[in-house]
Every structure is written in C-alpha cells, then in structure tokens.
Ligand binder design. Structure first.
Ligand code: CTP
Ligand code: CA
Length: 238
C-alpha cells in the first residue's frame, strides 16, 4: 500500500538489510551463484525507510532496476554493492556497528571454490572436480559476535521441505540452531519465492515458536516482518 498509510514507527531506527545472492568466483569470468533476485530484501529496505528508518542496503548482485525499488524517491537508503560472501560479511558487519536491527535476507553461498584462477580456465586441462571450502556463516557470527551488542538480528530461511521434514520443521530446527532473534521462513521451489513478486512466510522466534505469518506481495510481507520486529523489540504488552 502507499507509504502514507503505513505507520512511522521506525523513526530514527538504524537498520542494515542484506539482499540478493552472492557470487563466488572460479576465474575471471565464472562464478557459483544462486537464483535470488534481491526483491524481498529490497522490499524490506524500502518498507523500513518508509516507516522512518535509516537503512544500509548491502546488495549482492542485485539488478539496478531492482535496487531502484528501495532508493527511488527515498533519501534514507544507502546502497553498498557487494559480490562475494566475504565482501557481504565485511559490509554487513561494518554497517552493523551503528545499527539497531540487522536483517540477513541475502542468499549467501555456503561454499566457495578453494582457489580462484587468475586466468580463464580452459576446457583442456581444466579441473575435473571443483574443490569447495565452507564460507563464514554471517548470520551465525552476528549472533555469536555482535558488532553492536543488544541489536536485533533477523535471518531468512528458504526451505523446500524434503523426506526428513516439512518447510516449517526445517525452519524450526534452523531457528534454534541459528539463535537469531527472528527467523523468517519461506517455502521455495516450484516457482515459489525466487524471482516472483509474491512470497509467503512464517516468522519464528529463537525457540522456533511462530510469532507471525504473512503472504502476498513482497512489499506487504516486508511490512509484516517489520511489524514482527517491532513487536519483538517492544516485548509482550502489559
Ligand atoms: N547465511 C549467512 N551466511 C552464510 C549462509 C547463510 O549469513 N554463509 C544466512 C542467510 O542470509 C539467512 C540464514 O543464514 O539469513 C539462513 O540461510 P540458509 O541457507 O537457509 O541456512 P543454512 O544454515 O546455510 O542452512 P542450509 O543447509 O539449509 O543451507
Ligand atoms: Ca545455506
């Protein structure tokens, strides 16, 4: 809905939102990436700004026209473009030193190529297999080593569900494992979430309890996430 109809309940709140998907280079022309468009993260940045927050949007490979959704007509959003998980980590942690809330909406690679070739890899004599090493879990690190103690940390979890559990079961386990204040769980695959204008999410607390659900345009879902953040920060009424 229109910004004027939204509450201005984030006035003066400083937030960091990561968005998009990291790219882990193999050589000067190739990378390991993922399908995140950055739209949900951009919508979160926009929604926070419309509610009065000062926003740093750490944008991992987000198309300019998508980023424009956060910046056009708003002077509250500063964009920091990044490519790799390690660049994202440093940009997020640096901005988070002055932030009240950090939202990790970016799809960060879990693994990266062990080495990056200086020159383009050739088909002849190229690697038969890729050696990968684990990346730093930025969300986990924000919880265990907060840049600013007491800040609210929000994670996202894209889940498909599988033989070992449903989307929500995986989400609950992840919420407990990650220890973030809130974890926004959304089902992906089958044309859901990635690259689409809508999303449907369940917001869990660190104990894995459901605190909110929302579905619809990513803008509406973004506002529902900020509602949940506000409720978390304000604590139980009475
Ligand atoms: N995340 C992160 N750094 C990573 C990987 C993930 O900060 N290296 C963050 C994401 O930004 C997201 C949350 O962790 O907010 C959950 O990401 P997800 O990939 O769902 O969790 P993983 O712990 O990587 O579990 P999975 O095995 O399902 O990929
Ligand atoms: Ca992952």
């Amino acid at each position: 809905g229109p910004a004027a109809a939204r509450p201005r309940d984030l006035d003066g709140v400083r937030v960091v939102v990561s968005a998009g998907g990291t790219r882990e280079p193999l050589d000067p022309v190739r990378f390991l990436g993922n399908r995140s468009s950055g739209r949900q993260g951009v919508a979160l940045a926009r929604a926070a700004a419309d509610r009065g927050a000062r926003v740093t949007l750490v944008a991992a490979n987000v198309a300019a026209e998508v980023v424009a959704g956060a910046t056009t007509g708003s002077d509250r959003v500063v964009v920091v473009p990044v490519e790799t998980g390690e660049e994202l980590r440093h940009a997020v942690r640096s901005a988070a030193k002055d932030a009240d809330v950090v939202v990790m909406a970016a799809a960060v690679a879990d693994y990266r190529p062990e080495t990056v070739a200086d020159a383009k890899l050739k088909k002849t004599g190229g690697p038969a297999a890729l050696r990968l090493v684990e990346t730093v879990d930025v969300l986990r690190e924000l919880v265990t080593d907060p840049p600013r103690p007491g800040q609210t940390v929000v994670g996202f979890a894209a889940e498909t569900g599988d033989v070992t559990g449903s989307v929500l079961e995986h989400g609950r386990a992840k919420a407990r494992r990650k220890g973030a204040d809130l974890l926004v769980v959304n089902p992906v695959g089958d044309g859901r979430a990635f690259g689409t204008p809508t999303n449907d999410v369940t917001v869990l607390d660190a104990a894995g309890e459901v605190v909110a659900t929302a579905a619809g345009p990513k803008e509406d879902v973004a506002h529902a996430v900020w509602d949940a953040v506000r409720a978390h920060v304000d604590g139980p009424a009475g």
